[in-house]
Every structure is written in C-alpha cells, then in structure tokens.
Write a protein that binds this ligand. Structure first.
Ligand SMILES: Cc1cc2nc3c(=O)[nH]c(=O)nc-3n(C[C@H](O)[C@H](O)[C@H](O)COP(=O)(O)OP(=O)(O)OC[C@H]3O[C@@H](n4cnc5c(N)ncnc54)[C@H](O)[C@@H]3O)c2cc1C
Length: 440
C-alpha cells in the first residue's frame, strides 16, 4: 500500500472535507489523543452562504474563503493534505485518494452536497451552478461579459443577453435575484449609459407556490413583495422543461430567449463510492443513526449535508444547513472523546433561518419571533459577519459592506477570468466530479 501519511502510534481519524462539519469537528478534537488527518480537494474552506455576493460583484472570493491549514493548525498531531478522495475500502479501513491510499481507524465523511439537476443532462450542460468559489467567479464574469457583449449586439441578441432566469426560489435564488436587481439599479445604470436598462429582466422561477418555502408564510410573502418592488418577475408553480443554451421552455409551454440561466433548484448528497448500497439513499445522502454512525459500519461516520438521519419525525433527514453540520460535528466529537456507554444522540437545535433581498431588506424567522425589513437586514449582516471564518475575512467583508452601503456601489465588477458561454468550453477547469455512484 502507498502510504502518504506518517504512521502514528495511536489511533488515526481521517476526516474527508473541510466544510462547516469538517472544520468544527477537527477544532473540537484538538485536545484528544487521536492523530487527525484532514483531506480536502481545496486548500480552503468556503463560506457558501455568501457565494451569491461573489457572483454579483459584492465581495472578493478571498473574503469568503479561508486557508484550511491556518484554521486547523492548532494541534501538533494534525495533518492536512490537498487531495480528491476517490473511493472508500471499508473492509480494509483505507481510502483511495489522488495522492495514494490512506489508512484510518475512524473515518468521518463530511463531503457536503452537489448541484442536483434531477438527471436532466441538457440543464446540467447549459445552466450555471453556484456551489463553489470558481462557479461564483464564472457567474460574475458571465454577468459582466453579457453587458459588454450587449453593447455591440443586434436588438434580438441584446434582449437575450440581458434576460436572466434564476431557477429555484429558495434562499440562494432569492438572494441572488435581489443582488442582481441591485446591480441593475445602481452599478449597471452608471456603467452602461448606452444601454436601456429596462431591457435587463430578472426572472425567478419556483416550482412551489411560494418562494422561501422552508420559511414562514410571512417571510415568503414579504420576500416576494420585496423582489417584485425591485423589478424581479417572480413565477410561482413554474418549472423549466428544457433549455438548449438559448431557448428556454417553461412547463406552461411558454418559450423565451435567455443567454443566462442560473440553476439554484436543488442539491443532492455528495457521497463517495465504496460503501454498501443500503448506506446511501436516493438523494445521494449517507444513512446514519442518531450518533451519525453510517448504517452497517461501526467506525465510519458522516456529518452535515451528506449525512441523512432519517426518523419518523424527519423521514428525509435534517435540512442541509450550516447549523446542522456544525451541531452534528460538535456532537460526534464529544461522543468520540467519551466512554462508549455515555454517548449522546444528536438533537438538532433550530436557531432560525433568514434571507436578504437586496439592500435594507431581509426576512428573519427565529424560533419565537419573525420579523422583516431594515432591522432584519442588520440582523442578517451581523449574523453572517460573526459566522465568517477568520478575523481578516470578517473585517474585509465589514469594510466592503459599509463602502457599498455609503456609495450605492458594488466595486468588484471585474472580468478577471473570462468564461465561454458553453460550460464545456470554459477556460476555467471544472471542479472535479464526485465519485461514481455505487447504487445499482
Ligand atoms: C449558495 C449557497 C447558499 C447557502 N446559504 C446558506 C445559508 O444562508 N444558511 C445555511 O445554514 N446554509 C446555507 N447553505 C448550506 C450550507 O452551506 C451547507 O449546509 C454547509 O456548507 C454544509 O456543510 P458541510 O460541511 O456538510 O459541507 P460543505 O461545507 O459543502 O463542505 C464539503 C467539503 O468537502 C470537500 N469535498 C467534497 N468531496 C470531496 C472529495 N471527494 N475529496 C476531497 N474533498 C471533498 C469540499 O471541497 C468541501 O470543502 C448554502 C449553500 C449554498 C451552496
């Protein structure tokens, strides 16, 4: 076996993924006698809730990314490697990675989720996802390139270039639509005086009968009102039947020409191959018991988006949220550090949810109170600033937000890496695809 990690006299825990679950688990394990090995395909942690601000020129990518080595170099027996994990070999307690094989005593899978196109290859090829920093940067380039191209396009092409469709009215779709509407109102109006900004149309298509369906009806209603006030066309009960990169067909049969369709309509678990078929459900999530132990194994655990703790109360598991990932990580760390008969089952404490809709507007649902408007927006900003990893990121984000607030401007309208309209021709290397399914 090709061993890429120095041997240890004690027990080794291998953690795959440095997202919310991975970093919180490792931080919590720092005073334990285990050797901790973390593997991630990137050398940084991504704060996904603010990806939409990178895509709409509100924040630099560095503000929402943080070097994993810096976050985690807190214990002497901590080893980090950048590698893509390809497969798990549970019978022999090792994983196969792009660096070679790595043995474990305990394995903690925190590989998050991936964009779900529900098997539609045309949508996968022609729409824009926003699940990683490179994807958000692609989107930023595309949005600005559209405007540069529109300046020299004929009337029909210009209309298509300025027609944006966002698919999915969850928090990502709503926040993105609000931020695009802000770009239109403030930055693009002054950047492109030669263009008629009335031609820029932002459509938000949602299959459900309300946006933010996971939040309260008040939050949904208010978010929709805010969006419509900002000029976003909200289409409820609407699905995308087909999109060839130019012509988009809605389930109503209506066809429109749109150059940019952004896919924010679904995620699936980002599981790894090698586990037995019963351990993975139809949503690509790994089945775990109340202690986050993967069903059928006693030394493999899964946390966060990729884990599905099915119960009578929650037949489809917990929502894919940062707080679930963090709380599961802390619970597992506590359990691994305890005697086996003192383990605590996981109980999710819902701290509430929130979404912002452009400047000065947000909706907040807390366990005992729901509110919307300017105060909600300040609460949203405060919570997100606190949650960002690292003082530098908090500080830079704060300064950026204050600057944008005072100047009504989003200062990062740069095409640093141009992208091709068709994603397979992109000059940006795509994120490595997740491992193959072992589901039959
Ligand atoms: C656009 C967007 C907005 C969101 N907004 C919110 C919000 O407002 N509030 C909220 O609570 N949640 C939000 N979420 C969800 C939240 O970000 C996730 O629930 C959270 O990131 C899950 O944490 P995790 O640790 O399970 O996975 P992730 O944070 O996704 O981390 C997974 C890690 O695993 C690594 N990885 C994956 N596969 C491999 C492999 N094969 N080999 C090596 N490394 C691998 C990845 O590089 C990554 O670092 C949002 C998500 C998105 C995409």
């Amino acid at each position: 076996m090709n061993t890429v990690i120095p041997p240890t006299a004690g027990k080794r825990i291998v953690v795959i993924g440095g997202g919310f679950a991975g970093i919180n688990f490792v931080k919590e394990m720092r005073y334990t006698p285990y050797q901790i090995v973390m593997i991630d395909r990137h050398n940084y942690h991504t704060f996904q809730p603010l990806l939409y601000q990178v895509a709409t020129a509100g924040l630099e990518p560095d503000s929402i990314s943080y070097p994993l080595r810096r976050t985690l170099s807190i214990s002497e027996d901590f080893i980090f490697r950048v590698a893509d994990v390809k497969n798990i070999v549970p019978e022999k307690n090792y994983i196969e990675t792009t660096l070679g094989d790595i043995e474990y005593d305990y394995l903690v899978i925190c590989t998050g989720s991936k964009t779900n196109y529900f098997g539609n290859k045309r949508l996968e090829k022609n729409t824009w996802p926003m699940k990683s920093v490179p994807e958000a940067l692609n989107l930023r380039s595309m949005i600005i390139q559209n405007f540069e191209d529109a300046l020299v396009a004929d009337a029909e092409t210009r209309k298509a270039l300025m027609h944006y469709v966002i698919v999915g009215g969850g928090p990502t779709g709503v926040e993105l639509a609000g931020a695009l509407a802000e770009l239109k109102k403030n930055a693009f109006r002054s950047d492109y005086p030669e263009l008629d900004l009335a031609e820029m149309q932002i459509w938000l298509a949602e299959a459900d009968n309300r946006v933010l369906a996971a939040m309260s009806p008040q939050a949904s209603q208010k978010a929709r009102e805010y969006l419509e006030k900002m000029g976003v066309k909200v289409m409820l009960g609407t699905k995308i039947e087909d999109y060839d990169g130019e012509n988009l067909v809605y389930n109503s049969g209506q066809t429109v020409k749109a150059s940019t369709v952004i896919w924010a309509a679904g995620v699936a678990g980002n599981f790894l191959s090698g586990l037995h078929a019963d351990a993975v459900n139809r949503g690509g999530r790994i089945r775990v018991d109340a202690y986050n132990t993967v069903v059928g194994y006693d030394n493999i655990f899964a946390l966060g988006d990729v884990a599905c703790m099915e119960s009578e109360e929650l037949p489809r598991g917990h929502p894919m949220l940062a707080q679930v990932a963090i709380q599961q990580a802390l619970n597992l760390a506590e359990n691994l550090d305890r005697d086996s008969d003192m383990k605590t089952p996981f109980r999710y404490k819902d701290l509430g949810s929130m979404a912002t809709v452009g400047k000065n507007r947000a909706v907040v649902d807390l366990p005992h109170i729901k509110f919307q408007g300017v105060f909600a927006w300040f609460v949203w900003m405060f919570v997100h600033l606190l949650a960002l990893v690292g003082f530098r990121n908090k500080f830079i984000t704060f300064v950026n937000w204050v600057y944008s607030y005072m100047k009504f401007d989003k200062g990062i309208r740069l095409i640093i890496r141009p992208v091709q309209r068709r994603r397979e021709e992109s000059i940006v290397p795509p994120t490595p695809s997740p491992s193959q399914s072992n589901l039959s």
